[in-house]
Design a protein around this ligand. Structure first.
Ligand code: GGG
Length: 357
């Protein structure tokens, strides 16, 4: 069976880490005899916008819908396209139209990487953020009145649906049930956001009834962020709305030393549409063009993609390979965010060589 993979590097460091993601993917495919058909697309990038006045071609849905998975880099180049236009014109369209309602973001302290939190070692931080991915605060429902006058009014609504919330909660509970600790934490803010968030809490409680083995707690988002820093070992599976999940899944990896290693899977669990795999980080204009971005977020996303496609052994081989290279700690190989003075390519090549065996 051939897996058809749509490859979209996007912007900034997305274009630099993607070749290393592909190098790892192809090394794993060779080793495990997996047949991949890679199709490359230049859209969903600000360069495409500069040439065409839009982030995506009109027929993007037709072009991508039959892919088995989408492998994405990063989006955003605010110098040329405002961030809300680039994001809404690309990634958020993919998530919504392909109903990728789960954004699964592992957060793990890797061997050889120093956490900025005192005395943390691998094993101490190992949890998942499950982020609702198609509605919530990212619904873009609202508008402006009396624009440009003293009476200017700006309104934006949060939209939560029972279908949308229950299905992501079910995914999170199912995941928690497979983990040794069987623990689920819900991110809330029901003291301040007094309509949607108490309702979110009710839905968590209602779903929890079906999972008696899973222990459930909840924190308001403000103290939850503090606890990510003070007690990251408390967490196992953290389920959150779209905005809270977005914030937590940057903070979590930052606690593990670098956001550069963090992967994500935008999953359409029923398989009607392709799922999308991308690093958590964005296009990082501050370091783009210097060849120093850490490619592990992209490479780990490739591992998640292979696992999603049914190749657990190949995915695990990729994870084993980058953990081994990080453990060796060769500063000529590692990128600066993990203590080296190597490049995106030196790190990517070392990992691919290790995958090849
Ligand atoms: N590779 C992920 C990426 O490009 N992220 C840019 C970003 O701003 N993402 C916001 C989001 O994930 O909702």
């Amino acid at each position: 069976m051939t897996h058809r993979i749509a490859v979209i590097p996007g912007d900034g460091i997305g274009k630099e880490v993607m070749p290393e993601g592909l190098r790892a993917l192809e090394a794993a495919a060779r080793r495990f005899g997996i047949d991949l058909a890679l199709e490359h697309f230049d859209f969903a990038s600000c360069d495409y916008y500069a040439a065409h006045g839009q982030m995506l071609p009109d027929d993007w849905f037709e072009q991508l819908k039959d892919a088995d998975a989408i492998f994405y880099g990063a989006v955003g180049w605010p110098e040329t396209v405002p961030d809300h236009i680039s994001l809404w014109g690309s990634l958020l369209q993919f998530r919504r139209r392909f109903d990728q309602y789960v954004n699964l973001r592992p957060c793990k302290l890797l061997p050889g990487v120093k956490s900025p939190l005192a005395d943390r070692k691998p094993g101490d931080i190992d949890f998942y953020v499950v982020r609702e991915n198609t509605e919530g605060e990212y619904s873009s429902v609202g508008g402006k009145m009396f624009e440009g006058t003293d009476r200017e009014v700006v309104i934006q609504e949060t939209v939560m649906t029972r279908t949308g919330v229950d299905r992501v909660l079910k995914y999170a509970f199912d995941l928690a049930q497979t983990r040794p600790r069987r623990k689920l934490t819900s991110a809330t803010k029901s003291n301040g956001i007094a309509i949607t968030m108490p309702w979110w809490d009710e839905r968590v409680k209602a779903m929890g009834v079906h999972y008696p083995e899973v222990s459930v707690d909840q924190f308001h988002i403000d103290i939850l962020t503090a606890n990510f820093v003070m007690h990251p070992d408390w967490f196992d599976v953290v389920v959150a709305s779209n905005l809270f999940g977005d914030i937590l899944s940057d903070l979590g990896p930052a606690c593990t030393g670098t956001i550069g290693v963090a992967p994500s899977a935008n999953i359409n669990p029923d398989g009607t549409f392709p799922s999308l795999f991308e690093p958590v980080h964005g296009s990082a204009p501050d370091i783009a063009g210097r060849g120093i971005a850490n490619p592990i977020g992209q490479i780990w996303s490739a591992a998640m993609m292979l696992e999603h496609l049914g190749h657990q052994d190949a995915g695990q081989a990729i994870v084993d390979a980058f953990e081994a290279v990080l453990s060796e700690g060769d500063p000529t190989v590692l990128t600066p965010d993990v203590g080296g003075h190597g490049t995106t390519e030196t790190l990517g090549r070392a990992i691919a060589a290790r995958i090849a065996g």
